[in-house]
Design a protein around this ligand. Structure first.
Ligand code: CUA
Length: 155
């Protein structure tokens, strides 16, 4: 009977679908390779130097450097405490991730970069005037991706 065949086919489709979702969730993703061809451990980067103590630092040139750790599902700083920087000053964001690819988008500005595990995304911006800007993760990074938000306060 055809019914049995269709039932089997749709069952197979469901199994393949579930397997695809599971693989996407726990699969290996994209491995990063360094200059010498070795696999980079992304968490090694975010544990290093300034990423160990993410935050706002005054730069030698009078600007500000902001080290941000993007990790499922928060920006540190940014999510639990706002990033506070002055207006009319060059602010350079260095953003890295120890887990999966995230996005770092400041809504209403031209700051919009991918945050790839094991790499440092760098973007400089000069905020004209004081205000509040929302940080949005715009790369799908897991179940709570849509909750991954933060705030930049320009004072
Ligand atoms: Cu982080 Cu989406």
């Amino acid at each position: 009977r055809f019914e049995k065949l269709w039932f089997g086919a749709s069952l197979l489709l469901i199994v393949v679908l579930i397997a695809t979702i599971v693989y996407g969730a726990v699969g290996p993703g994209v491995a990063m390779v360094d200059d010498s061809g070795g696999i980079v451990d992304p968490s090694a980067l975010t544990d290093s130097e300034n990423f160990r103590e993410p935050g706002v630092y005054e730069a030698d040139d009078g600007g500000y450097d902001v080290y941000v750790r993007a990790q499922q599902f928060a920006f540190q700083p940014g999510t639990n405490s706002p990033i506070r920087v002055p207006a009319d000053t060059d602010v350079t964001f260095y953003v890295s991730s120890p887990d999966v690819t995230h996005g770092f988008n400041l809504a209403g500005t031209n700051v919009n970069t991918m945050v790839i595990p094991g790499q440092v995304a760098e973007v400089t911006v000069n905020f004209d005037e004081p205000g509040t800007y929302h940080i949005v993760c715009n790369e799908y990074c897991g179940a709570a991706h849509h909750t991954m938000r933060g705030t930049v306060e320009v004072v």
